[in-house]
Design a protein around this ligand. Structure first.
Ligand code: GTP
Ligand code: SPV
Ligand code: MN
Length: 613
């Protein structure tokens, strides 16, 4: 049976508030764990957790000379990415979730969850994990508590958030916190008391990733992977936080944050929203290939932004670590990330080399002759399947990136000069263009489409709308979210950041990428910064303002003859087709669609007509 409330109270650190005790007791009564551990975030606690994970077979210790403090986890093949079809927004009114979210009736979902969680932690430890999203005590930061039966999740939260005593102390002092309940759904004791052995990656085929936006609660069942299970990340810092942000006048976004400065003393801050696995981590750690510019990383996945006392928009990174895509990370694409992984890193679903190191597609040009793949099977280059799962990831503390900004933990954030929107687009969308104004920028963000990646279940490569890269992450009606962006822009007025659309993924007639990408993305960014500084004119075009010939620095680039022309080509017929699709897309939102966006569609059609004439 469940632990008595008295046991819970006794085990809790002194000063734990009654509401926390009551909530933990209620979860324990439902899920019936064997024991409860209140996590303090100490190194001793971490060492015990890591040892337990190795003993349980969840962690494989990598060669400690090659990769000190590094471990490899292999998930169940059924649990490798976010499960968008099993992600629910349970608002009282379905229209408040909107047409892009899975809505479920809150009361019905509560009964479903009660059934799923009943006894789900039998034979396991329930860990109580207090955390802060954002620097402890910062004015933009927020607290939460995740209860979970997964020690893998606890060590992940320890890396990705400010976890432990200091967060708990603020909760004890009465600060607001969000409750988040997680179970892998693999009890070790049956309802009639029969024990069963654990497995290396416990999970359940039935999965629920549930958000109650009105009561700001998170319940996650059946998965131990990434954003499904590290509830501070997508569930809190995006889905619940987007609702808090709407109500309180700020923004919770799927954006990287970087500082870019020039040797001449100019300093800019930029945020960028790209869909999952479309290059945020890479851009956040950019090594410019053009002279004079330096990039510092502030965040690689999520930005919380609010207007500051001077009327400008300030951004913090609510996270403390990177949960980054491993495949494609190499000495040439992202040396900064690669070196951050030299020590104290958790790898999930990458391949294991014969000398106890890790490998993934793209790490080296020539793969090793033999590997153990992400499923634990022998692999050779002739195997004909990837050795690392395409959504394999590393979990590492942000401080390990050499590019980390000295101000990455500034609780007040950094002032944002530029916002980029982008996705993977083989055609139509130019390398860079500048939005005409804030409302046009919101239109550009709202109409982002991108080819799907392995970061979520679905058809890789299929083009889908991913407005603001928030399609899977907006906790309320997307049309209301666009309204909110328009309102924030009005408030910022002429202090609003300038908005640009980018596309590193345009392909030529031969199907190859036209743009080298990675460090060379500094070139279009430098153009954007020089626009902001008022140094350059631009050409008005269909999708926005484009660089004048010669203004994009291409010194030393080995581009095909007509690559630049193809990168900036705007075909009016193709854009007319895009406009028709946008009109259909907008129609899904009915009368919740902001009139400003319809007006922007009209202006786009006018520009297309002018270009056709
Ligand atoms: P999430 O963590 O899922 O939100 O993704 P992310 O946006 O941080 O993605 P990430 O930076 O990890 O990039 C994912 C993939 O995009 C990697 O395989 C990269 O190699 C590839 N990529 C990143 N930047 C570029 C680029 O400029 N050009 C090309 N061709 N590929 C890129
Ligand atoms: C994403 O899919 O956008 C991620 C990875 O950043 S996860 O945390 O699993 O959502
Ligand atoms: Mn992400």
């Amino acid at each position: 049976m469940s632990l008595a409330n008295a046991t819970i109270a006794n085990a809790a650190p002194a000063g734990t508030p009654a509401d926390v005790l009551a909530w933990v007791a209620a979860v324990a009564e439902l899920a019936q764990p064997e024991s409860i551990q209140w996590c303090d975030g100490s190194e001793q606690e971490r060492d015990l957790l890591y040892r337990g994970l190795v003993d349980a077979g969840t962690f494989i210790e990598l060669d400690q000379n090659l990769r000190p403090g590094c471990y490899l986890a292999r998930s169940a093949p059924s649990d490798v990415a976010r499960v968008e079809a099993r992600t629910f927004i349970c608002s009282a009114d379905p229209d408040d979730a909107g047409p892009t979210n899975n809505w479920a009736d809150p009361e019905a979902m509560r009964s479903t969850l009660a059934r799923a969680f009943e006894g789900s932690m039998r034979g396991r430890t329930l860990y109580v994990v207090p955390f802060s999203m954002g620097p402890l005590g910062g004015p933009i930061s927020r607290l939460g508590i995740e209860v979970t039966d997964s020690p893998y999740v606890v060590v992940g939260m320890r890396m990705m958030t400010r976890m432990g005593d200091q967060a708990m102390a603020r909760i004890n002092a009465g600060e607001y916190w969000v409750p988040a309940v997680h179970s892998v759904g693999y009890p070790l004791v049956s309802p009639d008391g029969v024990p069963r052995p654990d497995v290396a990656w416990p999970c359940n085929d039935e999965k629920y990733i549930v958000h109650f936006p009105e009561t700001r609660e998170i319940w996650s069942y059946g998965s131990g992977y990434g954003g499904n299970a590290l509830l501070g990340k997508k569930c809190y810092a995006l889905r619940i936080a987007s609702v808090l942000a709407r109500d309180e006048g700020w923004l919770a976004e799927h954006m990287l944050i970087l500082r870019i400065s020039h040797a001449d003393g100019r300093v800019f801050h930029l945020t960028a929203a790209f869909p999952s696995a479309c290059g945020k981590t890479n851009l956040a750690m950019l090594r410019p290939t053009i002279p004079g510019w330096t990039v510092e990383t502030v965040g690689d996945d999520i930005a919380w932004m609010r207007p500051g006392p001077d009327g400008r928009l300030y951004a913090i990174n609510p996270e403390a670590g990177f949960f980054g895509v491993a495949p494609g990370t190499s000495e040439t694409t992202n040396p900064t990330a690669l070196h951050a992984l030299d020590h104290d890193t958790i790898f999930t679903n990458v391949a294991l080399t014969d000398d106890g190191d890790v490998w993934w597609e793209g790490l080296t040009e020539t793969p090793p002759a033999h590997l153990v793949d992400w499923r634990g099977l022998d692999w050779t280059p002739a195997s004909g399947r990837p050795a690392a799962h395409p959504n394999s990831r590393f979990t590492v503390h942000a401080s390990q990136a050499a590019s980390i900004s000295p101000d990455w933990e500034d609780p007040d954030g950094v002032p944002v000069d530029v916002i980029l929107f982008g996705g993977r687009r083989a055609s139509n969308v130019p390398l860079i263009s500048e939005a005409y104004d804030w409302a046009h920028g919101v239109f550009v963000g709202a109409t982002v489409a991108s080819e799907q990646t392995a970061a979520a279940e679905g058809t890789v490569g299929a083009l889908r709308r991913d407005p603001f890269a928030m399609l899977p992450f907006c906790g309320y009606n997307m049309a209301d979210y666009w309204h909110h962006w328009l309102r924030v822009g009005e408030r910022l007025g002429d202090k609003a950041p300038r908005i640009f659309a980018v596309n590193w993924f345009r392909k030529g007639h031969d199907g190859d990428y036209l743009w080298p990408g990675f460090g060379d993305n500094s070139r279009p960014i430098a153009w954007a910064l020089r626009r902001v500084a008022g140094e350059l004119a631009a050409v008005d075009a269909i999708s926005g303002r484009l660089p004048l010939p010669g203004d994009l620095n291409t010194d030393g680039l080995d581009l095909a003859d007509d690559a630049l022309a193809q990168l900036f080509a705007l075909d009016p017929a193709a854009w007319a087709a895009e406009a028709d699709l946008t009109q259909e897309y907008f129609a899904r939102f009915g009368d919740r669609l902001p009139a400003d966006l319809l007006e922007q569609l009209g202006l786009l059609r006018q520009r297309i007509a002018a270009a056709t004439a």
